[in-house]
Structure formats: C-alpha cells, structure tokens
Design a protein around this ligand. Sequence first.
Ligand code: CA
Ligand code: CA
Ligand code: CA
Length: 422
Amino acid sequence: MTPARIFFVIHLLISLTCQAALCDSFVTLAYDDGEAEDGLWIDDMRGHSVLFTAPCENWTLSGVAVYGKLSPEYRSDIFVLEVWDEDLNLVSKVMDRAGSFFGDEFDWALVDIPDVEVSGDFFVSFYEFAGVYVGMDLDSGPGGSLIAARNPNRILEWDVEAYRDNQTNWMIRAAGYSPAPDVDLNVLSGNASRDRPVAVDLKIRDPDRNLKSALLYVVKNGSREVVWSDLRELDGGDAEVRFSWPGTIFQVSDDRSSTAPVLAVDTAGLPENASLYLACYATCALQLREGDPLITAFAYFGDDGKFNALTDALGRAHYQSRDVHNITSPDVDYMDYMAKNITLQKDDSMVAFYRVVVPSGPREPYQMFHQPFLLSRSPLFNYRLELEELDADPGAYLAIVEVEDWAYNTVRVEGSSKIEVT
Ligand SMILES: [Ca+2]
Ligand SMILES: [Ca+2]
Ligand SMILES: [Ca+2]
C-alpha cells in the first residue's frame, strides 16, 4: 500500500536536456498543484526558499523550475538561484537575467543549474530583488516554503502578513535524476491456463541499489485494458522475480450485478490466521455518503472470495467482517463493534473498483471506474459482495511490467511475445 506522500512527483516532459551518460529520466519534486492563487516578490536581500528532501542518497539535482512573471516595476533584471545543503552551505548557484526567463504572464521558467549531488534535505532559494513575482500555491497544504538570506546563509522569520507560512507554497520545483533500474523481461510460454500458468520472468539491476517494487500488468491485446495484475516488493540492487498468470480474471459481484476485470493482488506479510480472510485486496474508491469526496481504499477478500475488510489509504478501517473481527478483537462483541466502528452507511456508501488501461508508447497508464456497488446488505453477510476467479476471454494478451525504485524512477517494459488464451 502506498502511504500518503508529502510531495508529489512529476516526470518532467518538458525540455530539460539530458546530461547523464545513460540518460536517466528526470524526476521533479513539487509541493504545489500547478495553479497559483497569488504571487509575491520580495525585496532587499531576501529570497524565496523551499526545503526539499532528496529521494535517495546522492540524487543529482540538475535544474529548477520557477513559476513567475516579471513584476510591473521591474526593478532588477538580475536574479540569483542558490542550492544549499542541509547545513546551509552553498553547493550550486546560477545568476542570470530575469528578462531571459520570465515574461509578462505567469509561466514556468526552467533554470538549468550546475549539476550537484544532494542527499537528505536541501534548500533551493530564489533571489529576485523585487524583479519577479513568484507564484504562490495556497491550497495544497504546507510544503517547506521559507524566507532566506545569503552571506551568511540563514533562514529568516516568516513576515508575510497576508499569508501564513503553513499554508503557502512558493511555486518552485527541483528537477533531477538518479540511476534507474535496468529490467530484462522474459515471457516463458505462449498459452495460459489454470493447469499451465504462463511465467513472466524478470531480471532487475539497479546501479544505486534502491529498488522498490515490480508491478505486473496483463493487458488485452488491442484494448490494452488490464485484466490481471500482481505486485512484488523489492529491495537492494539485484532481483529475480517470477510472476505467473493462469489465464484468469477476477470478478466482483453482489446479488444484483457484477463487474470484471477487477485487479486483485495477493496480500503480503500477514500473520497466518489472518491471511485466510484477507488473502487478496483490490484498490477501489469509497464514497461514504452521497456527495462526499471519493477516498482511495482497499477491499480485502478471503480465500473463499468473501468481502472481509475495507481500509482506506490513510489506514482507517471502515469495515471488518465477523471472521476478521474475531481475530483482531476477540473480546469485543461483533454487534457492539458494528454499531460503534463500521463507518459504511447502509444504502448510502458505495465502492467502485478501478479499471486500468496501459497505452502503448510512453503515455502513462490511466484509470477509470467500474459501475459502483451500493452497499445495501448487512456486514453480517459481508455485504453480499464476493470475489470470483473466472477464465479470461479467449484471445491474445500482453505482459507489461513496471519497476520502481525509491528515487521515483519508473521503468516500463513490455513483453515481445503474446500470451494466448484458448
Ligand atoms: Ca493552487
Ligand atoms: Ca543542470
Ligand atoms: Ca535507482
């Protein structure tokens, strides 16, 4: 499961040229949502500073993106951009003309900086001497924005009266790279069936040894909709992984309707007495009441297909079946638990499972929803929601694997031979 991240990451598609010998792809660290609610210039010797955390040891910081526009008075044409390590030591610096990077409308300016390896926390500070309005994002939660000064390098007290520091993000992003995993994928047999599953073998090597996970997608040839997925956690720098696909898909149904394919994966790392009831899980969107926001959640199913638990991405448990409850809290009466702890609202809460399509080429996979299930039955009967494994439709399928490391590199590899289901 993915814990909530402090910042989100964008694979930079814009034109920072690749300087590394192996052309590892750029990753951008960002706190903002891309839309400015306001802008601010700072005068004197003060600058907009943002505290970032390097995604891995010795991450190569190569460029900085600043969302800004020239201030109308345009008092200075010079700006200075500095990178400090966590002890406020200068490690990289650029001085240039604001007029070459910024215009009269807000836009992203990409500033190349001398590449520098950073580890742990580092600061990116932009001194514009009242010449540039820097975009402010005010609706994304706090993101390490500070006011800094140079010579000696220091962080100043926040004195922007109109905005509190814990709700302001300077729109400044850090772009860099680190070695990405090298992935060799091999699909071992042509026909998939329950008797003879197809093996998908991976050999993975990551030069800086920070492997995180390998994700298998089996997609229908043509539509490229994912019919089966599996996830393996990795660590270190070398891994051999074998996935296998028995030519089947998962379907979820209640007593009125069904949806397929649902992407359920095995649950890892559970104690034995719980694994029977929480054997696999499928990611879904949960809406507790009509009009509420959708929450990402995980629906757990037992070996027998019964719906046994629902937990959201923040770790909050919304439902446990009587079987699971008897393991986790055997001393509490289930009726008591139901009344006090289950947050799902009968005839109101809905869960919708994800469908995923993996486009060909470099485009990112995208998600859609299946028709949602309205939870109208009792938790005593597991809401009558069940997971079943069915044979996949006859036809051709492809194996695609995504390997991630802890530095936010994602490498996607597609098998060259097709898998047939007859
Ligand atoms: Ca915003
Ligand atoms: Ca650079
Ligand atoms: Ca790596």
